[in-house]
Design a protein around this ligand. Structure first.
Ligand SMILES: *[C@@H]1O[C@H](CO)[C@@H](O)[C@H](O)[C@H]1NC(C)=O
Ligand SMILES: *[C@@H]1O[C@H](CO)[C@@H](O)[C@H](O)[C@H]1NC(C)=O
Ligand SMILES: *[C@@H]1O[C@H](CO)[C@@H](O)[C@H](O)[C@H]1NC(C)=O
Ligand SMILES: *[C@@H]1O[C@H](CO)[C@@H](O)[C@H](O)[C@H]1NC(C)=O
Ligand SMILES: *[C@@H]1O[C@H](CO)[C@@H](O)[C@H](O)[C@H]1NC(C)=O
Length: 670
């Protein structure tokens, strides 16, 4: 990626990510230490409570030696990624958009122009919307006087009404509580501070987070490991009021041995499958260049962002030593346009140096469904030296040069980026990593939730060590490192910068000279093996804007699999050797109930009646119910990805830029 994309993303961060609360929301500016201590007790008492209350994840794996008493926990091979709820208890149905859906407009007309000009409503987006939701745009205009919708207001600046929050948790509990192993929850659980008449207080942020934590726990029960991450609420290094309060709110989720580290920086690791698979919850706000309370990640500095990377590196090293796999998760995705340059470089460096240990990267914040690559070539073109001032200037210039039609800007940037990538067989896959950005629950666009399926085939507790340790992982020692100019910008590429100069020391060709790289074509991020993400199914709420009496339903928007892949595991999920092989339970697939009815009807048919049908030559009705069911899944399975490894994403990216229709489909889901 190169300058234009940087610029684009800089802009996107500001205009698309409506949840990008500006730093002045900092709780720390508002809430001094003393207050926090008096409200929430001293550090010591917190620690005691934390130690008492935080159990290790109670993962009991199927097939292992059964221990007495403890119920066996069967792994489902699924987890949920959910992000950006933004609950707003003040939201009222019929509220005006200029009040943030907090008050009815009374005699004043609802300011529809605000809704449409709020930066989310390019006409392009609206027509996509109209198509997806089936809501006629003119009809919508007619309804403008009604103001805020009962279940949410797409394309507005309003947050999520409690009706939307409740219906979502009801659905999560009903459909997923017993079907997933863990939940990655990447933040933003308070309303935005957009209503001047009703300023959001730190206390309210805590209360909303506490409420959401309670709902999460209630929906998923005790057995599902939940891994929340901090979003915009902490700007300065801890321990402070914010880390105190959040370690209290999340005391069930933060492992006790991680308590101290959380107190310091609001990041931690959670072993979602003990000794096998961990989720690292990162505090991205120390790396986010809008945070004026910090100054990047200069190596060896005391900046909280640098310390966080030092910690992360130790974590990755230790998980690697233990033969474990790790998900990196957090709120703001590691875009070059969002992070301080040297933080971005450090992230990319670790992502690539531990490619055999990091199984994937999950982020939220942007509200827009997409993925992107970080690669060596792109990192090389990022200068790690740009300090705060330089960056700010660059940013200001760029901000001016872009309009607000940002969704197409992101589409174009990705299209160009994917197109610029070399053919897959020419790619050095160890130089790439994939960042997944999930859509949000808040209906900025249509609410979305992802259910990932990952490989747990043959996983047994009593196995000695990790099967993955058999993989012949390559560790490139600093001295053995051979550097070559990358392929993507060969023509433009100047000679590699001199590593003895401090401004270049963070670039990969210098970094990799000093530090080991670990990668393997057999690692779970590169090939389908234990813990490899196999795909995800994205659910959405297309009817969120409609004023229906009964709650709108979460349904499948698309899945990354082929129809066969989506049906893997068979109807009851009992095919194969282990538990729940289905990417999603079949009853959630479109056409499932018709399929069952047809099957039952077919089973009841007498030979005579079936003779009749054959004679009459009924075309469609004669089709095997299963074949028909499978064919019906084509609409939601446009991508046919084998799995979510780096090579699969590389193939997919190239396919997207070579198949116009596929690209259109992809872009329409963003
Ligand atoms: C809307 O959907 C119809 C078919 O349902 C399609 O023909 C049309 O091109 C779509 N419009 C847009 C803007 O995508
Ligand atoms: C949401 O659920 C809570 C209880 O779980 C209830 O008290 C509240 O009234 C509900 N709100 C709405 C708008 O449904
Ligand atoms: C999981 O990985 C194993 C190899 O370790 C492979 O044989 C198996 O097919 C994979 N499972 C799925 C569901 O893809
Ligand atoms: C699968 O489910 C169907 C319908 O619920 C049931 O009739 C059938 O016996 C099940 N098959 C197996 C192998 O459990
Ligand atoms: C089969 O066809 C015969 C004659 O057309 C008809 O009388 C009979 O009702 C049919 N059976 C069924 C089950 O439709």
């Amino acid at each position: 990626m190169k300058a234009p994309l940087t610029a684009t993303l800089l802009l996107l961060r500001h205009s698309l990510a409506k949840n990008a609360d500006p730093p002045y929301d900092s709780l720390e500016h508002v809430q001094p230490h003393a207050t926090a201590n008096s409200i929430f007790g001293t550090l010591d008492s917190l620690m005691l409570r934390a130690d008492e209350r935080i159990p290790l994840p109670k993962a009991k794996l199927c097939g292992g030696e059964k221990e007495e008493e403890e119920p066996e926990r069967v792994l489902k091979g699924r987890f949920i990624h959910i992000t950006d709820f933004h609950p707003d208890p003040h939201y009222i149905t019929g509220g005006s958009f200029d009040s943030g859906c907090h008050r009815t407009a009374g005699e004043d007309l609802v300011d529809e122009s605000l809704r449409m000009s709020s930066g989310f409503g390019s006409s392009n987006t609206i027509s996509q919307y109209t198509n997806v939701t089936g809501v006629d745009i003119d009809n919508k205009k007619d309804k403008k006087d009604e103001g805020a919708g009962k279940w949410g207001s797409g394309l507005s600046d309003c947050d999520s009404p409690m009706s939307l929050v409740n219906l979502t948790f009801d659905w999560l509990q009903k459909e997923w509580a017993n079907e997933v192993d863990f939940v990655v929850w990447t933040g933003d659980n308070a309303r935005h501070d957009i209503d001047r008449e009703m300023p959001r207080t730190p206390k309210e942020i805590y209360e909303l987070n506490r409420m959401m934590t309670g709902k999460m726990r209630q929906a998923f029960g005790e057995d599902v490991v939940i891994v929340p991450s901090i979003a915009h609420n902490i700007l300065q290094p801890g321990p402070n009021a914010v880390t105190n309060e959040f370690s209290n709110i999340w005391s069930d989720f933060i492992p006790s041995e991680e308590y101290h580290i959380f107190q310091r920086g609001a990041y931690y690791s959670s072993e979602v499958i003990p000794d096998r698979l961990a989720v690292i919850s990162l505090n991205t706000i120390y790396w986010y260049d809008s945070n004026k309370a910090v100054d990047g990640c200069k190596d060896g500095s005391d900046e909280p962002g640098a310390l966080e990377f030092d910690w992360l590196e130790v974590q990755l090293d230790s998980f690697r030593e233990r033969g474990m796999q790790v998900w990196l998760t957090g709120h703001v995705p590691p875009h070059m346009g969002s992070y301080f340059d040297n933080c971005y470089l450090r992230y990319g460096e670790l992502a690539l140096r531990y490619q055999d240990t990091i199984v994937g990267h999950l982020y939220g914040h942007q509200n827009v469904d997409h993925f992107f690559f970080i690669d060596v070539e792109e990192l090389e073109s990022t200068t790690g030296f740009a300090g705060k001032a330089a960056k700010a200037t660059v940013f200001d210039q760029r901000k001016k040069s872009f309009g607000r039609n940002t969704d197409t800007a992101l589409q174009q940037a990705l299209y160009k980026d994917f197109g610029d990538m070399p053919k897959v067989d020419k790619m050095k896959l160890e130089d790439y990593t994939v960042i997944n950005v999930s859509p949000s629950v808040i209906p900025t666009y249509l609410p979305g939730i992802r259910v990932y399926n990952y490989n747990v085939t043959g996983l047994k507790l009593d196995e000695d060590g990790f099967t993955g340790s058999d993989m012949s992982s390559q560790t490139v020692l600093p001295s053995a490192q051979k550097r070559k100019t990358g392929h993507r910008h060969k023509k433009k590429k100047k000679k590699k910068d001199d590593c003895s100069k401090p401004e270049h020391e963070d670039q990969p060709h210098c970094k990799f000279r000093r530090k080991e790289r670990h990668f393997s074509p057999e690692s779970p991020s590169r090939a389908n093996t234990l813990f490899t993400p196999l795909g995800y199914t994205q659910f959405y709420l297309p009817e969120v804007d409609e004023q229906t009496h009964s709650p709108p339903k979460w349904i499948i928007e698309y899945a990354t699999y082929s129809p066969e892949g989506l049906l893997r595991g068979g109807r009851n999920g009992t095919d194969g050797d282990v538990q729940g092989r289905q990417p999603v339970p079949w009853h959630l697939l479109p056409g499932y109930h018709e399929f069952i009815e047809r099957e039952e009807a077919a089973a009841q048919e007498t030979p005579e009646s079936s003779d009749n049908r054959t004679l009459k030559g009924h075309d469609k009705d004669d089709e095997d119910p299963y074949t028909r069911f499978k064919a019906g899944l084509r609409k939601i399975t446009p991508y046919h990805m084998e799995d979510l490894t780096i090579p699969s994403y590389a193939h997919f990216a190239k396919k997207l830029t070579s198949q116009k229709r596929l690209w259109k489909r992809f872009a329409s889901a963003m």
